[in-house]
Write a protein that binds this ligand. Structure first.
Ligand code: CP
Ligand code: NVA
Length: 303
């Protein structure tokens, strides 16, 4: 594995190995152990958008492994490709650091960084995908629900970057995936087709949230207004009516269904406070598992 850009590009074996390594390192660190495999190594963290979880968990993961991280926002280096082309940045960073992680608007920016970098490049969210989140989510589901194969994950909301990475993750790990969105906000057909090409029968796209939560082991939602879409907020809030994860919707779901959200959550919009804070909610375990997954990813790519 040279880079970590999107889950559909990696094999099921590679992803299983990463998940197992995440659990192994999680146990090691919980028991007070340390693995200083990245001593003397530095990760550059490039952010075109804001972040709490991704920024902090990657930095802590590098420090945990004996390395260091440099946080760079647009005010420091310019939007990627604006002050200087991504291909120049990739080559300059490759002379200074041992890995590059980037959170960008356009997914192509990350692809371009990876093409020209001679060090590993990690996708820390683009408009198209959020693979680190989906891997931390698989770890969380395995911890709460047991072996992943055959479980059903239902996503309610916008067919966005998180929804897409979950579709690929489900295909790679053998879960069933139902994506319920309002008309006009579906996951693109190419994503659904690709998930079903990886594992036939993985993914369905629907406009019916009530039918979608039937038989679900996990009910997942994310913001209706992703970073960069702020101007569409008013229209989106109108269009997503009926797609809130609330007590009423959960009447149609199994009582044991776990509630997931990648955070930040907008309570009262895509999820109610009651559901986000309910005993079935595992949203903070998801946030914690970002750290455990990324430790494993950094060890695999940079050690
Ligand atoms: N879930 C997630 O990626 O959170 P941040 O945007 O805070 O990094
Ligand atoms: N879909 C959201 C995820 C935030 C972690 C966004 O892109 O803003």
């Amino acid at each position: 594995m040279q880079h970590f850009l999107a889950l559909n590009e990696l094999s099921s074996d590679q992803l299983h190995e990463l998940l197992d390594l995440s659990a192994e390192l999680k146990n090691l660190y919980a028991g007070g152990g340390r693995d200083l495999c990245l001593a003397g190594k530095t990760l550059a963290m490039l952010f075109e958008k804001t972040s709490l979880r991704t920024r902090v968990s990657f930095h802590v993961a590098m420090v945990d492994l004996g390395g260091d991280a440099i946080y760079l926002k647009p005010e420091d280096i310019g939007i990627i490709g604006k002050r200087e082309p991504a291909r120049d940045m990739a080559r300059v960073f490759s002379r200074y650091v041992h890995g590059i992680m980037a959170r960008t608007f356009a997914h192509d920016t990350i692809v371009e960084l990876a093409r020209f970098a001679s060090v590993p490049v990690i996708n820390a969210l683009s408009d198209w995908s959020h693979p680190c989140q989906a891997m931390a989510d698989m770890l969380t589901i395995r911890e709460h629900c047991g072996p992943l194969e055959g479980l059903k994950l239902t996503f309610i909301g916008d067919g966005n970057n998180v929804a897409r990475s979950l579709a690929f993750a489900c295909a790679k790990f053998g879960l069933k995936y139902a994506c319920a969105t309002p008309p006009g906000y579906e996951l693109d057909a190419a994503t659904i087709d690709q998930a079903n090409a990886i594992t036939p029968g993985t993914a369905v796209q629907t406009h019916d949230p009530v039918a979608a939560v039937n038989g679900a082991d996990v009910i997942y939602t994310d913001t209706w207004v992703s970073m960069g879409q702020e101007e569409e907020k008013e229209k989106r809030v109108r269009d997503f009516e009926g797609f809130q994860v609330n007590a009423d919707l959960l009447k149609a779901a199994p009582t044991k269904a776990k509630i997931m959200h990648c955070l930040p959550a907008y309570r009262g919009l895509e999820i109610t406070d009651e559901v986000a804070e309910s005993p079935n909610s595992v949203i903070f375990d998801q946030a914690e598992n970002r750290l455990h997954f990324q430790r494993a990813l950094l060890k695999k790519l940079l050690a």
